[in-house]
Write a protein that binds this ligand. Structure first.
Ligand code: ATP
Ligand code: MG
Length: 651
């Protein structure tokens, strides 16, 4: 049982405030706080109004059927996601507007207007149909960040097939498991992809992965040519180029989908354990994605929008493909690494295409900090007007660096808290309305009811912490876990009946702003005080020598748990005992003696998932000498090996 003293304590105090600049507010899509009140008064009416921004074949008359934990939204309406993201723009005034501006890692580029994108999607839909794909079938997509990736997704959407995109950085084994779980009959891959000048051998991984799965056809996009020659299996392997050339040039009719039909499956990052196949609907998901671009991202017709995520993650699904395209926006898509050929690549892209909205992750921002501001300063980036962050809590110092060096002190920052499961941003400021505080995702977006609960399921008073919860259903919520409805009910609705539990700890401040403190599983208990990992990490990152920090609780006879900090240093800074003591003092000064790390371990890299999130769970296992849990989503397994070695030496 959790006692009063067990509540999440907040140690960090952040006093900086950033009101929306007047010039931004004056042009913003949302300038009147009335939207918050209206949505709170009647969330269902609010969402029904937002849903009218999509084109429905048969308009819905029902809004919500809530039978916890199962929700159905707009469930007598029909629509098609490819129609809403491509065709409705293509056959209207945006016909020749750039939909996707694609930048290849080697420097090649390609622009697809809405009309061109539409033609490609039609051809690809004909190809998939010729391979036997039908409505409801699963198609696994394992591609690099090339235009064929969104084209393949939208072709599935057009047919009504369910896509399951697997990040191109995953191994054959990880791909194999996801194909089996989804029971896919077609796999779309590429001969290879470019990463830091090297070829990623996708086709070779794919060949291994499809063994012993129901996959009948492998459609292979030609990206790197001979550089990745893998054996060809006649009868199974199909060339994308040849199949597209042979496909009819006629429009492919959109399948009329019920709002509740599945649009896609997507496996979570696996930061806390075995990845879950998250199921998203067609109607509700698209309403969430579309609304979010207009509210949180203030999207306009003349924006050039660049999200650095990989489409293999939910951020890429919602904020590269379905959100911006459903708004008819221009999206910049980049194939490769941020430091190839040099560390200014993102800023070079911003300058080259005149990017106005830029969305990235705290892990990237901390890397930019580690490299230093000179790379940003090489380029004219004054076209930028809005910045976003997603994936982990953003440490206040990283926020400030982003604000100053990328935002030039004038671009609002939207820190967006959400998950694969939520479909779109849930806690985030509307940039023309909400005063931001570095490190806080601020307040729920209109139409979302979020709160912080104590162990008994009561809303905690302002100034305290507990479990982050979503208290009402929302259109883009996951519908279930693929083929595991029991796990769905247990994981997300098992603790508080009818209340969605994301699994993150949070603090509610005096202004009712929400601060995400890290995952509930990661919370540290020192002498009865529960401390979020984020706070101690932020105090460490605040020190000029520190690039990144990961903090865990290690069992301790007296205190219950003692804080262990894993720290990576900025370039050119030496790891000394003096620095270690200085860092401990710095944490004490910033947040108090309670948070003083018992030990600080300097390492070259932190273990992260392939989506860039710190895997504290593995650090805890290593520190406590346990057998490691699931490591299949680890970005660089050698990081864990060297840590294990270090720990052996210490003992
Ligand atoms: P798994 O559920 O398999 O462990 P995961 O939770 O890392 O993987 P995602 O759905 O990609 O998979 O990540 C969502 C999580 O990322 C959130 O629950 C939260 O912990 C974290 N997160 C995302 N955005 C933010 C943000 N802006 N602030 C704080 N935390 C964030
Ligand atoms: Mg999760």
């Amino acid at each position: 049982m959790m006692t009063q003293a067990d509540r999440l304590d907040t140690l960090l105090t952040e006093e900086r405030r950033f009101a929306p600049p007047e010039s931004f507010r004056n042009q913003a899509n949302y300038r009147d706080p009335e939207v918050y009140e209206r949505a709170a008064r009647d969330p269902e009416a609010y969402w029904a109004e937002e849903a009218k921004n999509l084109d429905w074949f048969r308009p819905f008359t029902k809004i919500l059927d809530w039978n916890p934990p199962h929700a159905r939204w707009f469930y007598d309406g029909t629509l098609n996601a490819a129609y809403n993201t491509v065709d409705r723009h293509r056959f209207g005034p945006r016909k020749n507007k750039a939909a996707i501006i694609w930048e290849g890692e080697p420097g090649d580029s390609r622009v697809l207007t809405y009309d061109m994108l539409g033609r490609e999607v039609d051809r690809a839909a004909h190809v998939l149909k010729s391979l036997g794909v039908q409505k409801g079938d699963r198609v696994t997509i394992y591609l690099p960040m090339v235009p064929e990736l969104p084209i393949a997704m939208l072709a599935c959407a057009k047919i009504g097939a369910i896509h399951s995109v697997v990040f191109g950085g995953f191994s054959a084994r990880a791909l194999h498991e996801r194909i089996l779980d989804a029971d896919a009959k077609v796999l779309i891959t590429a001969d290879g992809g470019w990463r830091r000048g090297n070829v990623v051998p996708l086709k070779r991984n794919a060949d291994e992965a499809v063994q012993g799965t129901p996959v009948e056809k492998v459609l292979v996009v030609e990206r790197v040519g001979a550089a990745a020659a893998a054996p060809w299996t006649p009868g199974r392997d199909v060339s994308w180029r040849e199949a597209m050339a042979a496909a009819p040039a006629t429009p492919f009719p959109c399948e009329e989908m019920n709002a509740e039909d599945i649009l896609f499956l997507l496996y979570t990052s696996g930061t806390t354990g075995k990845p879950k196949g998250i199921v998203h609907s067609t109607g509700g998901y698209l309403v969430g994605a579309n609304t979010s671009l207009r509210t949180v991202f203030d999207i306009k017709d003349d924006d050039v929008y660049f999200c650095t995520a990989d489409i293999g993650w939910i951020t890429g699904h919602t904020y590269i493909v379905y959100g911006p395209l459903s708004c008819g926006a221009t999206v910049v898509m980049y194939e490769g690494a941020p430091d190839w050929p040099d560390r200014d690549r993102y800023w070079q892209i911003v300058e080259k295409y005149g990017v106005t909205i830029f969305y990235t992750a705290p892990t990237s921002i901390r890397t930019f900090m580690k490299w230093g501001p000179e790379y940003v300063q090489r380029h004219r980036i004054d076209t930028l007007r809005l910045l976003g962050s997603v994936g982990e809590p953003i440490n206040p110092e990283a926020w400030m660096w982003y604000h100053e060096h990328v935002g030039q002190g004038r671009c609002p920052i939207v820190d967006t808290w959400w998950q694969t499961e939520t479909g779109c941003a849930m806690i985030a400021p509307l940039p023309g309305l909400v005063t931001t505080k570095p490190g806080s995702a601020t307040r729920p977006v209109p139409g979302i009811s979020a709160d912080v609960f104590d162990e008994e399921g009561q809303s905690v008073p302002a100034g305290s912490g507990g479990y982050l919860v979503i208290t009402r259903p929302w259109p883009s919520m996951l519908r279930t876990i693929w083929r595991d409805d029991e796990r769905f009910a247990r994981t997300y609705f098992g603790k508080f009946p009818g209340i969605y539990l994301p699994g993150d700890g949070a603090h509610k401040d005096e202004d009712n702003y929400i601060w995400i403190l890290g995952r509930i599983d990661d919370v540290i208990n020192v002498s009865g005080h529960r401390i979020g990992t984020m706070e101690v990490e932020s105090a460490l990152v605040d020190h000029h020598a520190v690039a990144e920090a990961a903090v865990i609780g290690r069992s301790h006879e007296v205190k219950g748990q003692a804080i262990t900090a894993f720290v990576t240093l900025k370039e050119g800074i030496a790891a000394t005992d003096e620095l270690m003591n200085e860092l401990k003092r710095h944490v004490v000064e910033k947040i108090g003696a309670l948070a003083r790390p018992e030990e600080i371990i300097f390492i070259a890299d932190l273990p992260k998932t392939r989506s860039g999130k710190i895997m504290r769970r593995l650090l805890r296992d290593i520190a406590e000498g346990r057998v490691l849990g699931d490591t299949s989503t680890l970005a660089d397994p050698s990081v864990v090996e060297s840590l294990k070695e270090m720990y052996k030496d210490k003992e």
